[in-house]
Design a protein around this ligand. Structure first.
Ligand SMILES: [Mg+2]
Length: 113
């Protein structure tokens, strides 16, 4: 399965709506706060997995298993950022396009390279 950022955002919009219905918070401010804390929490879990995999990398079997955990936690970080963007009513597709343009110009990177 391959998806665009627009499709990913649309999927997480549905998941966000479900979360907000299942675990309702008092207002938008609280939801933004909760989503922000979730990004920090997931980033902590990803850091933990990366540090663990670095300690265990000599044991190839364990390293392979921990690679899966790193992938899983990286996906959680991405998901939590997408959910935060939705709550902040930020169009990720638009802001990322703008950011890529800015970075390309800053480092003089060709758009076709
Ligand atoms: Mg996680």
């Amino acid at each position: 399965m391959s998806m665009t950022l627009k499709q990913l955002t649309a999927e997480y919009k549905k998941i966000g709506d479900f979360i907000n219905t299942r675990w309702p918070l008092k207002n938008k401010e609280q939801r933004i706060f909760a989503r922000t804390m979730k990004v920090v929490e997931e980033l902590g879990e990803l850091s933990d997995e990366i540090l663990t995999s670095m300690n265990l990398q000599r044991e190839s079997k364990i390293a392979k298993f921990s690679q899966e955990n790193v992938e899983d936690e990286l996906a959680d970080v991405m998901a939590s950022v997408v959910l935060l963007a939705t709550e902040l009513e930020i169009d990720l597709d638009q802001v990322m396009e703008k950011k890529i343009r800015f970075t390309r110009e800053r480092f003089e990177i060709n758009s076709d390279s």
